[in-house]
Write a protein that binds this ligand. Structure first.
Ligand SMILES: Cc1ncc(COP(=O)(O)O)c(C=O)c1O
Length: 406
């Protein structure tokens, strides 16, 4: 069936559903999106019930809804519900997967230059403590990930391919499906960091053919902060060590032994913020009702518009490279620190963020970038907001207000 683009009327409805859009222009969706009001309301209602009736009593009452969150996550990424664990953030999810791998001295991990800081630290730690070797595949001259270079780097010692789908401080998208084909052909474990892509574009773990995938709730899914999840393919679950355990992880315990549960929830601990889990579920349901393919289309459209406008502003350098680009738009203003740009825009109620070198260290170093301004669009943003941002940037660059003609 043909995809129907999101209409102007729908956008107005999504904005009416989102308190924050009335007084801010929010282009920090790669930091944390503005959640829809129904998400916030469900969290607040749950917390109120807990305070009135008791935490465990409220959990019992909401058992079905809380259970359903796993179905929603599974539906979102085309997994089975017993392949999903709810955790607090993407770093926790990624760490549970990566640290679960039984690395031996000399094992090799292949990654890209776009890898996120948490993951880089994980690699370096594994090198220091276990003697694991790290191979970083550089982008080609056009800023594209080279699938051929990846395949050429594989050796008999390659244990893991770890890829960030959409980097934190750059605008490109990595070809995770093509990479997955190579991982499968060589029977190598494959871990995808989908922190910036989940909610922004369709994610199908079967199509990507990854063994593990980590994600956060607060970014493009528009869920509350403090939510995330981990996918682990059923057949891989027993191959991963578990870092933390409680009576939920191991429901069968004797005085001398225990047995781990038979699903991905073994990577969770029982005690967590259930109000937030419910909010995550609500956010996923909201996004899926719109249609993730339609969201992607709108995000791409707005990001393209923003890049086109930025090109017309003297003194602005866009850093994004690569054929496939995301809703994360990165740029610099000549002669101005990114932090100063952010504060000047904040005076006009525009939220952008500063991308630090360490967030995508290899790429940023290679391009001699200490920081970038990061404006990340979402489907509920409007073309007028994009125009307002560009006029504000023009104003900052040239001090006087000159309307930008688009
Ligand atoms: C690409 C990428 N991966 C992982 C993370 C870590 O996510 P979290 O802060 O939820 O742990 C981020 C956060 O910005 C990110 O951009």
């Amino acid at each position: 069936m043909e995809m129907k683009p999101i209409s102007e009327k729908e956008i107005q409805q999504f904005r009416a559903d989102t308190k924050g859009t009335t007084h801010r222009i929010h282009f920090n969706n790669a930091g944390a999106s503005l959640p829809p009001d129904v998400v916030v309301d469900s969290v607040v209602r749950y917390l109120n019930e807990e305070s009135n009736y008791g935490g465990y009593e409220t959990e019992y009452k909401y058992k079905a809804a809380l259970d359903h969150v796993y179905e929603l996550i599974a539906g979102l990424i085309h997994a089975d519900r017993d392949e999903v664990a709810v955790v607090e953030n993407a770093s926790m999810a990624w760490g549970m997967a990566f640290n679960g791998i039984d690395f031996k001295k000399g094992d090799e991990v292949i990654t890209s230059e776009m890898e996120y800081v948490t993951n880089m630290i994980g690699f370096i730690h594994a090198r220091k403590t276990l003697g694991v070797e790290i191979r970083v595949i550089p982008n080609d001259d056009q800023g594209n990930f080279s699938v051929a270079a990846l395949e050429a780097a594989i050796t008999s010692k390659t244990k893991l391919i770890a890829i960030t789908h959409i980097p934190s401080t750059a605008g490109n998208i990595l070809p995770v499906i093509e990479i997955g084909k190579i991982a499968r052909r060589h029977q190598i474990l494959y871990l995808v960091d989908a922190c910036q892509s989940v909610g922004q574009m369709p994610i199908n773990v079967k199509e990507i053919d990854c063994d593990m995938l980590s994600a956060t709730g607060r970014k493009y899914l528009r869920a509350p902060r403090g939510t995330g999840f981990l996918y682990v393919r059923k057949s891989v679950q027993d191959r991963l060590k578990i870092s933390y355990m409680d009576g939920f992880t191991a429901p069968h315990v004797t005085e001398t032994d225990f047995q781990i549960r038979n699903d991905a929830r073994r990577f969770e601990l029982y005690e967590k913020n259930r109000a937030l889990s419910l909010g995550l579920g609500k956010a996923i349901a909201y996004a899926m009702q719109i249609g993730i393919d339609r969201i992607q289309h709108r995000v791409q459209y707005l990001a393209d518009r923003l890049r086109q406008h930025l090109k017309n502003i003297e003194g602005v350098t866009i850093h994004d490279q690569g054929e496939q680009q995301s809703g994360i738009v990165t740029f610099s203003l000549h002669g101005m620190e990114s932090e100063a740009v952010k504060y000047k825009l904040a005076e006009k109620q525009i939220n952008v963020s500063v991308g630090l070198a360490q967030s995508t260290l290899v790429y940023m170093n290679r391009h001699h970038l200490k920081t970038v301004v990061r404006a990340s669009v979402h489907y509920y943003n409007t073309e007028e907001e994009v125009q307002f941002l560009c006029e504000a940037l023009q104003n900052i660059m040239h001090k006087t207000f000159i309307p930008v003609h688009f």
